[in-house]
Design a protein around this ligand. Structure first.
Ligand code: HEC
Length: 142
C-alpha cells in the first residue's frame, strides 16, 4: 500500500535533484538567471549591475526637463490623453508653464480648482517642485 507513495517520492526527489544539478532553465525555472559563462558575457556586453545603474543615473541627469516630464506624464495619459487633449480630466495642451505649475501646486496643497479637484490631490501629492516644473515643460510641447 505504501510502496507507490515511497517510489513516487524518491522519483520526484531524483527528478528535482537532477534538475538542480543540470541547472536546465526549462526544468529549474531559472529562465531569467544568467550564470557562469552567460553572466561573464552579459557583463562584457552591458557592464555590471552597478555600472548599468550608474549609466542610467547619468542619462537621467542629462535628460532635459521636458524629457523627464514626459516620463512622469505616463501616469497622466489615462485621464488627460497622450497628447494632453483631455478626457476624464481637462485639456492640458496649449496651457502655459505658469498655468500648469500653479495648478499642480494648488492641487498638491489640497486646493480646489474645479468640482473634481479631489481626483488630482492624490496625483499631485507626491510631486516635487522639480516634477511639477518638468511636467509643465513637457505639457508646453504638446
Ligand atoms: C484619475 C484621472 C486623472 C489623472 C490620473 C490625472 N488627472 Fe489631472 N485632472 C483630472 C481631473 C478630473 C481634473 C479636473 C480637476 C478639477 O475639477 O479641479 C484634472 C485637472 C488637472 C489640471 C488642471 C487643468 C485645468 O486646466 O484646470 C492639471 C494641470 C492636471 N490635471 C495635470 C495632471 C498631471 C500632470 C497628471 C499626471 C501626473 C494628471 N493630471 C493625472 C484627472 C486626472
Amino acid at each position: 500500500m505504501r510502496n507507490p507513495i515511497v517510489i513516487f517520492c524518491i522519483g520526484m526527489t531524483a527528478l528535482l535533484y537532477y534538475a538542480m544539478e543540470a541547472n536546465n532553465p526549462a526544468w529549474s525555472g531559472n529562465g531569467n538567471l544568467c550564470v557562469d559563462d552567460c553572466y561573464e558575457q552579459t557583463v562584457e556586453e552591458e557592464g555590471t549591475v552597478l555600472e548599468v545603474a550608474q549609466a542610467k543615473r547619468e542619462a537621467k541627469k542629462k535628460a532635459s526637463p521636458a524629457e523627464l516630464g514626459k516620463e512622469y506624464y505616463a501616469q497622466c495619459i489615462a485621464c488627460h490623453g497622450a497628447g494632453g487633449e483631455g478626457g476624464v480630466g481637462p485639456k492640458l495642451a496649449g496651457q502655459s508653464v505658469e498655468d500648469i505649475t500653479s495648478k499642480l501646486s494648488t492641487y498638491r496643497d489640497g486646493g480646489t480648482l474645479g468640482s473634481q479637484s479631489a481626483l488630482m490631490w492624490s496625483v499631485a501629492k507626491p510631486m516635487s517642485d522639480k516634477d511639477i516644473q518638468n511636467l509643465a515643460e513637457f505639457v508646453k510641447t504638446l
